[in-house]
Design a binder for this molecule. Structure first.
Ligand SMILES: [Fe+2]
Length: 205
């Protein structure tokens, strides 16, 4: 059984950036449904339970195309949302620390430059999808965007996400309506870069 991570804060804790109703519906319905559907797909197919990162990095090992698609969509939804909710905080650290801070300076110049690159990736994603900051074991950072519930793990290149920004309409539409750009810019006010820095250390520490 794959288990959805509980929220570490109240539904209204991310206001005014994300309203309470959006957090509740997003976590308790959308994220919960991906988790249930993932468990159903894995259970019906009789797949041995593997760590989700390992499973999503090796989708080609699932022979049945229908099961593979179900795991890709729902396993992606399960994993992506666990990461999304875990890097948000009502009391975030606004700057990266330690090795991640040094690497950002080396690759991007400033943290503002990295943020601009992430915003560009998020706004450049047509339709539903995600923007990402990922790292490999060597510590190299990568900015990207994916459609639907895909993520960088699925590329099979050893990239592990450490930051994500959900640009599905369900993530912002109640408050921001069609103004994705307003949501994307405000989103950075609640990103906890201490958490992102910890995730980076786990990938390449
Ligand atoms: Fe979402």
């Amino acid at each position: 059984m794959y288990t959805q991570e509980p929220l570490a804060y109240d539904y209204d804790a991310l206001m005014p950036v994300i309203d309470a109703e959006t957090v509740e519906i997003h976590h308790d319905r959308h994220h919960a449904a991906y988790t249930t559907n993932l468990n159903n797909a894995v259970g019906k197919a009789g797949l041995a339970e593997r760590p989700i990162e390992e499973l999503l990095s090796d989708l080609d090992s699932i022979e049945d195309p229908a099961v593979r698609t179900a795991v890709r969509n729902n396993g992606g939804g399960f994993y992506n949302h666990n990461l999304y909710f875990s890097i948000l905080s009502p009391k975030p650290a606004h700057e990266a620390s330690g090795k991640l801070a040094a690497r950002i300076r080396e690759q991007f110049g400033t943290e503002a430059d990295l943020k601009d690159a992430l915003i560009k990736a998020a706004l450049g994603q047509f339709g539903s999808g995600w923007a990402w900051l990922s790292a490999n074991k060597e510590g190299e950072l990568f900015v990207s965007a994916t459609a639907n519930q895909d993520n960088p793990l699925m590329e099979g290149k050893g990239l592990v996400p450490i930051f994500t920004l959900d640009v599905w309409e369900h993530a912002y539409y109640l408050k921001y309506k069609n103004l994705r750009g307003e949501y994307v810019k405000a989103f950075f006010d609640i990103v906890d870069w201490k958490k992102v820095s910890e995730l980076y250390d786990r990938v390449c520490g």
